[in-house]
Structure formats: C-alpha cells, structure tokens
Design a protein around this ligand. Structure first.
Ligand code: IMP
Ligand code: MG
Length: 180
C-alpha cells in the first residue's frame, strides 16, 4: 500500500484526549436532561461515536441515520435518506454526532427534518469543524478540532469510501488521491 498521510493532524492520543474532554463536557451539560438520544450520522460518525459515548455517563439511547444531500440546493427536500431513524423523536433531546462539519448543508437539512418531527432540542458534536467552508448558518456546540479548508481522511473520514478504518486523521498523500 502507498504511504497514506502527507501529514497527520490528529493521532490516536489526540483523539482520545478530545473524546474525554468533549464527553465530560456533554455529560455535565446533560446530566439532568431526560430523553437523550445520541444520533450518529453514518458512516463517518462510526469510530468517533463509539469512542466518545464511552466517556458520557448519562442515561441515553443510540440512533443512526445515513443521509446525503444534492449539492447546490438549499431545500430540505433535497436530503437523501439512505437509512432513516428507527424511533420516534418527538420531545426528545438529540445530540447529533458527526465526523466533520464542512459546508454545513447536510446537517442543516437533517436539523430541519428533526425539528419537523418534533425534537425538543438539537445540538451537534463534531470531531472536526471546517468553519471556513460553511455556506449556511450553522454552529456545532461541541467541537474537537477546528481546521482550515484541507481535505482529510481517517477515523471515519473517507476518500472514495476508503480509509475510514484508520486510527488517526491527516492529509492524504498525492499517491493516495491519484490511486485507482
Ligand atoms: P457538509 O459539506 O458539511 O454537508 O459535509 C458533508 C459530508 O462531506 C461530511 O459529512 C463528510 O462525509 C464529507 N466531508 C467533508 N469534508 C471532508 C473531508 O475533509 N474528508 C472526508 N469527507 C469530508
Ligand atoms: Mg459524514
């Protein structure tokens, strides 16, 4: 296999520190809240969600959605739901777990949908935030690390659906991007 990373931005230890810090922050904020659901957006949330939630000792349920969106449009109808929630979220307190918030488009549409279905509160926790790329007004309450515009892979983040399984996050080498 070619060398994967041009530069590692978050290694295993950095990620664990972030999970601990965000986890305890969320635990503190939600310790007196009822009906909490951790909602993971697949597939990118997978490693981050499983590590993060182990640091949040509260009574909560897990749920997953797999969504994508047509680019260049702003309407909620353009949210493609590949896999929907399997539970009623009316009056529930949702914590959305994401790998990265980039333009914010997909998440914006998900939030509109959850509001329509009657969620009581919705907050976002993301491992990576790229605020410079934002095209809609959207803020994550809990952010692991802020980055610039760079494209990154690993630990949930993919390039053509590969490399989600790696235990760190970084900028891919040219060879990886050009590889067939
Ligand atoms: P959005 O632009 O905020 O709607 O992000 C949509 C999706 O693009 C994210 O959930 C990721 O799956 C993907 N994405 C955004 N930036 C990156 C990146 O740097 N690497 C890999 N996937 C990314
Ligand atoms: Mg994603």
């Amino acid at each position: 296999m070619n060398k994967i990373f041009e530069k590692v931005l978050l290694d295993k230890e950095n990620i664990e520190d972030i999970c601990k810090k965000l986890g305890k922050e969320i635990e503190n904020d939600y310790k007196d809240t009822k009906d909490v659901i951790f909602l993971g957006l697949l597939k990118g949330c997978h490693p981050f969600m499983s590590d993060l939630i182990r640091f949040i000792e509260i009574k909560a349920q897990l749920a997953y959605m797999d969504v994508s969106s047509y680019e260049g449009t702003k309407s909620t109808q353009d949210l493609i739901i590949n896999m929907d929630l399997q539970m009623d979220i009316k009056n529930k307190n949702i914590i959305i777990i994401e790998d990265v918030v980039d333009t914010g488009n997909t998440l914006n549409r998900v939030i509109n949908l959850l509001k329509k279905r009657g969620a009581n509160s919705i907050e976002i926790v993301t491992l990576i935030d790229k605020p410079e790329n934002r095209t809609v007004k959207l803020e994550a309450k809990y952010v692991g690390k802020k980055l610039g515009k760079e494209f990154i892979i690993g630990y949930g983040l993919d390039y053509n659906e590969y490399y989600r399984n790696l235990d760190c996050i970084g900028i891919p080498t040219k060879e990886i991007i050009e590889e067939k």
